[in-house]
Design a protein around this ligand. Structure first.
Ligand SMILES: [Zn+2]
Length: 62
């Protein structure tokens, strides 16, 4: 069992994932995930869409 990354309670069978650039966090409930996002100013990655977006905002200095 994976403990919630916020409150350390059991995540249960269906943890709430939060994918960050560094790692994937797991929470026991949507509330915990939301609070963690707020605390760390995290913007959740888009859910399993193609990562190679041709319109990705890449800044290229000229
Ligand atoms: Zn929790």
């Amino acid at each position: 069992m994976k403990p919630c990354d916020l409150c350390s309670l059991d995540c249960g069978n269906k943890p709430f994932d939060l994918v960050t650039p560094e790692k994937t966090l797991q929470f026991c409930c949507e509330g915990c995930r939301g609070i963690y996002e707020m605390l760390h100013d995290i913007k959740a990655a888009p859910a399993q869409t193609t990562q190679n977006n041709p319109n990705s905002p890449e800044r290229k200095p000229t």
